[in-house]
Design a protein around this ligand. Structure first.
Ligand code: ADP
Ligand code: MG
Length: 278
């Protein structure tokens, strides 16, 4: 099996034109480098406004980098995906799960149809019957077996909606799933369930995660490795345990100090959920 990175980011920079101060540039991402290895969960941690979502958007092609390179599965992503075919291929490699799946779910589309649409896009060779069984399997994989396929988004809890978003992303059989504050809106007990689900999925299939969060308690539960962003720059990087227990940078120390916790010693995730308040 190849150990080449699934994702390789070098010198990534993104400037926006400020919407308020006429013409002035905002440097959202200021030249960052990182790799995501096969089957790895890399967390990007930082306060609001540190540039995390901008990194995600440039990787999936929702924003164009000002400079730098993004390589996915050995192939550079240059410009945006121009043709439909490129968009499908890009989405087949990297999927993006947002904080609030409600806004990305069509209120009139039933859960089964949401997942089936993604299966149809990414596996057009399947017969209708095979597509239906793929949908059933995916819903089962995210703990939404039984009658969930016929429900509408408003008939689901926040955690269930996030499960639908995860099933939809897995329908593409991606190498990498970017989860951007994907558990931030959930109660801590539901957070723990979704984090457990993500861990189970990673054990069962070859997929890497780029897990974006402002919450170090969540990082401790899911990530192998962490990069810490401040003002568009990476200020610290290392194994999760090392960064949380011996933060080297002042900014990371401040983030760690801000999290109420019972120690970073790895615990069962369910146990941790009871210890760390939301
Ligand atoms: N479309 C945009 N236009 C102008 N500025 C933006 C835009 N998107 C983000 N920014 C700015 O870029 C910086 C980084 O934002 P973002 O990547 O969303 O950070 P995070 O996800 O860490 O909260 C912030 O200063 C934000 O205001
Ligand atoms: Mg963000």
């Amino acid at each position: 099996m190849s150990t080449a990175p699934v994702l390789s980011v070098r010198g990534l920079r993104k400037e926006y034109a400020s919407p308020v101060r006429g013409g002035e540039r905002i440097v959202a991402v200021d030249g960052i480098d990182f790799d995501v290895a096969p089957d790895e969960c890399l967390a990007i941690v930082g306060e609001s406004g540190s540039g995390k979502t901008t990194v995600a958007k440039t990787i999936v092609g929702l924003e164009q980098a000002t400079s730098g390179t993004i390589v996915v599965g050995g192939a550079p992503r240059v410009g945006g995906p121009k043709r439909h075919r490129d968009r499908v291929r890009w989405a087949g490699e990297v999927q993006y799960v947002f904080q609030d799946p409600y806004s990305s779910l069509n209120p009139r589309q039933r859960v089964g149809a949401v997942v089936e649409t993604s299966v149809a896009v990414h596996r057009p060779e399947l017969s209708r019957a095979d597509r239906r069984s793929a949908v059933a399997r995916l819903l089962d994989d995210v703990g939404l077996g039984g009658g969930f396929a016929d429900r509408l988004p408003h008939e689901l809890s926040g955690g269930q909606r996030q499960r639908v978003a995860i099933a939809r992303s897995l329908a593409a059989d991606p190498r990498l799933v970017i989860l951007d504050e994907a558990v931030a809106a959930l109660d801590v007990s539901i957070q723990a369930q979704i984090l457990n689900l993500l861990a189970d999925i990673r054990e069962q299939r070859p997929v890497s995660y780029l897990f974006i969060t402002h919450d170090l308690a969540v990082v401790n539960q899911i990530a192998d490795r962490v990069i810490v962003m401040e003002d568009g720059r990476v200020v610290e990087e290392g194994a999760t345990r090392q960064v949380l227990e011996q933060p080297a940078h002042e900014y990371t120390r401040a983030l760690v100090a801000a999290v109420p916790r019972a120690g970073w010693t790895p615990r069962r995730r369910t146990e941790l959920a009871q210890l760390v308040p939301a």
